[in-house]
Design a protein around this ligand. Structure first.
Ligand code: BGC
Length: 370
């Protein structure tokens, strides 16, 4: 079968003919329909992240996916050939209490694997085999947007983490709950944009910032869903000192997170989702009044990675809500669909203005990009 392979830590990706995965007991064979490209894939192809499976010469890249069930094991009741599915990414360590209850996104040992990222084959290939508990069924009507489900699952978890912290201040005795408040999203790539949609759906007043000017597809979509777009190419001073209850960082920049603490209101929470490259020189953490502001304002900084199956299922419901409320808002994040063969060039060079590039794997994929 065709697969996009990398040999971490060597940079570079290539399309190769590799053996199809063997059947495993209880495994479902899935034909890949299409896959998303994200910054993690670019980091792995750049030799900055990723690990091949133990003993394997290469890693099949790719973790954002949509596939169609080709074959089910005898006795399988939840899935049938032809069903659309999205596979989750992380597989548990088999040792800790979180992995024991299928919450490997909170793995305590760090010995988990991630398909297409760390020690397990990914989805940029014609086929994969996976156990049904890791496959989330997708209604046919959502075929056009379901490739966004994996990044949306990351957003679902991140917002849930932030809201868990915000619940500290609700309710105040004698006062009604204040409910969703103000949110800042830093970064308007796919994760940032999905965060904008999810937060608007939950009733937040949302401001999204990036450094790309106001004439982009992302800026237009931000405004269409009733959020505000602010270009911060000149710095966060462009926010005029405004403060937010919940900040979602989705830019993966190293300098930005600490600057964002300044924009956090009292009792607010900053959730970090971007993964900066490793090996950077240490940065001074307690610059300025950072720690003082965090403590004196009960401010929280929370990292959030990966997602649970529940987050994927919540994401499916949200994807339907986005499209119902703002038709084209989710599908419009897919700015281009390109054939799998172009993956090596696509991971080497990000197209300017693109939000989500999707690789078409099966001959008859989902509807074309809008
Ligand atoms: C993926 C997550 C993964 C994380 C860290 C992200 O790009 O979406 O599933 O846990 O990278 O490897």
């Amino acid at each position: 079968m065709r697969a996009v392979v990398v040999e971490p830590p060597s940079p570079g990706a290539s399309v190769r003919d590799v053996p199809a995965p063997p059947d495993v007991p209880g495994g479902v064979r899935v034909s890949v329909v299409e896959c998303g490209v994200c910054g993690t894939d670019r980091d792995i192809a750049g030799g900055k992240y990723g690990r091949a499976p133990a003993g394997a010469p290469y890693l099949i890249l790719g973790h954002e996916n949509l596939g169609r069930v080709a074959k089910v094991p005898a006795g399988e009741r939840t899935l049938a050939p032809g069903d659309l599915v999205v596979a989750t990414v992380r597989r548990g360590c088999g040792r800790c209490r979180f992995c024991a209850v299928d919450r490997s996104d909170f793995c305590e040992t760090g010995l988990y694997t991630e398909r297409g990222i760390l020690g397990a084959p990914g989805y940029w290939a014609d086929e994969y085999v996976e156990r049904p508990e890791y496959l989330v069924p997708v209604p046919t009507g959502q075929a056009g947007t379901a490739v966004l489900l994996e990044p949306l699952s990351v957003v679902e978890k991140a917002i849930a983490q932030g809201e868990a912290v915000l619940r500290r201040k609700e309710p105040t005795p004698g006062h009604p709950a204040t409910g969703p408040a103000s949110a800042l999203v830093a970064g308007t790539g796919a994760v940032g944009m999905l965060a904008v949609l999810a937060l608007r759906t939950r009733g937040y007043a949302v401001t999204a910032v990036d450094r790309h000017g106001d004439a982009t597809a992302a800026a237009a979509l931000v405004q269409r869903v009733g959020a505000e777009h602010v270009d911060v190419a000149a710095g966060l001073a462009s926010l005029d000192g405004r403060e937010f209850d919940l900040i979602v960082e989705a830019a993966g920049s190293t300098a930005l997170p600490f600057a964002l603490v300044d924009r956090l209101g009292r009792n607010g929470v900053l959730v970090l989702t971007g993964i900066p490259p490793s090996g950077l020189p240490p940065a001074p953490l307690a610059e300025g009044d950072l720690l003082r502001e965090v403590v004196l304002g009960n401010r929280a900084i929370v990292g959030s990675v990966n997602a649970s199956r529940d987050d994927f299922e919540a994401g499916l419901r949200d994807l339907a809500t986005f499209e119902a409320r703002w038709p084209g808002s989710a599908s419009g994040l897919i700015t281009e669909r390109r054939p799998l063969e172009e993956a090596p060039a696509i991971v080497a060079d990000r197209a300017p203005g693109s939000i989500k590039t999707v690789l078409t794997v099966a001959a008859s994929a989902s509807p074309p990009a809008r």
